[in-house]
Design a protein around this ligand. Structure first.
Ligand code: ADP
Ligand code: F6P
Length: 326
């Protein structure tokens, strides 16, 4: 893009990895090179920025990564970067390397870090990457679709064994603070009930649901519990264990498998569009913003809004999940 003062752009991935980070890195690198920008990979998130773990990335460095889960740049949670001292070190490393701008791919914590850099004069743009889908400023974040498909596949399989044994299952999805994955998975797998952090679990209702499912002759009972729901899945299991509900109960915590695996076609496309647009917007002079998907369009939201506003879960979806269940 003509007229931009930006000649060198660095990229990092931070926080929990999400399937689709690699296609995003690929798009950023190739879109930058196509605009005569020197592209720099930062290894290990903000830790890499603090310690100057930089390397030039060319077109071939991002070949063959479209279908790979995880992130080739490694990710990290950096306590040092939370401090002003850590941020100062990172800015110093960027300036001695001649880096003009930074793309941060990560969740809302990572973009709070990006916001801190922006406030200290660094040109920075954020890309939403988290399976939780809890970020303000985007309908979908990178990794959500893949994680959801992984969960659905797992629940379908668990239902097979649950039905064969006439069992109830508490199946835990990720989402410490967000019930998005649990609600979506609950709807599309036809689960009997969904429990989320946003709504306190009504134990009486849960017991009634399980009891009725048994009395109505269902061969299984699937309860999808988000990781952050209270009480926590294991505690809930203990509470239910002491009751005579017809079904015997098992717990299945899906865990980190939800963050891995090949990105779906949807995630590859979303990541690619967000990555290319991030570079385009930087070269047009934007900074302190995040690219996101709004309807069909790639839009910009200030990091100020991204980091201070909440993407509230559509509770009507949660209600729909529980209404359709019986
Ligand atoms: P995610 O980006 O997936 O939400 P975290 O919340 O763990 O993940 O944040 C990732 C990293 O971003 C943290 O380890 C830290 O280095 C940085 N970070 C998070 N919050 C802040 C903050 N308020 N100030 C500076 N850096 C932050
Ligand atoms: O933010 C993504 C996420 O996968 C959450 O859903 C989950 O609570 C958390 O990260 C787990 O983090 P860790 O990788 O530190 O176990």
């Amino acid at each position: 893009m003509e007229g931009s003062s930006i000649k060198k752009i660095a990229i990092l991935t931070s926080g929990g990895d999400a399937p689709g980070m690699n296609p995003c890195i690929r798009a950023i690198v190739r879109y930058g090179i196509a605009n005569n920008i020197t592209m720099i990979g930062v290894d290990g998130g903000y830790n890499g920025l603090i310690h100057g773990d930089f390397h030039i990335m060319d077109r071939r460095d991002v070949g063959g990564i479209m279908q790979r889960g995880g992130t080739i740049l490694q990710t990290a949670r950096s306590e040092e970067f939370r401090t002003e001292k850590g941020q100062r070190k990172a800015i110093r490393q960027m300036s001695s390397e001649g880096i003009d701008a930074l793309v941060v791919i990560g969740g809302d914590g990572s973009l709070q870090g990006a916001m801190k850099l922006h406030a200290q004069g660094v040109k920075v743009i954020g890309v939403p990457g988290t399976i939780d889908n809890d970020m303000y400023g985007t309908d979908m974040a990178i990794g959500v679709d893949t994680a959801l498909n992984t969960i659905v596949d797992a629940i379908d399989k668990i239902r097979d064994t649950a039905s064969s044994h006439s069992r109830a299952f508490l199946i835990e999805t990720m989402g410490r603070e967000s019930g998005y994955l649990a609600v979506q998975a609950g709807i599309v797998t036809g689960a009997e009930m969904v429990l989320i952090p946003e709504v306190e679990t009504d134990i009486d209702k849960l017991v009634k649901t399980m009891d009725e499912a048994y009395r109505h002759g269902k061969s299984h009972c699937i309860i999808v519990c988000a990781e952050g729901a209270t009480p926590h899945t294991t505690e809930l299991g203990q509470i239910i264990d002491g009751m005579d509900l017809g079904f015997t109960t098992r717990i299945s915590i899906l865990g980190h498998m939800q963050r891995g695996g090949k990105p779906t076609a949807y995630d590859r496309m979303l990541s690619t569009r967000l990555g290319a647009k991030a570079v385009e917007f930087l070269l047009k002079g934007e900074s302190g913003v995040m690219v996101g998907l709004t309807g069909k369009d790639i839009t910009l939201t200030s990091l100020e809004d991204v980091t201070t506003k909440k993407n509230v879960l559509a509770l009507e979806m949660y209600e729909m999940a529980n209404i359709l269940a019986m």
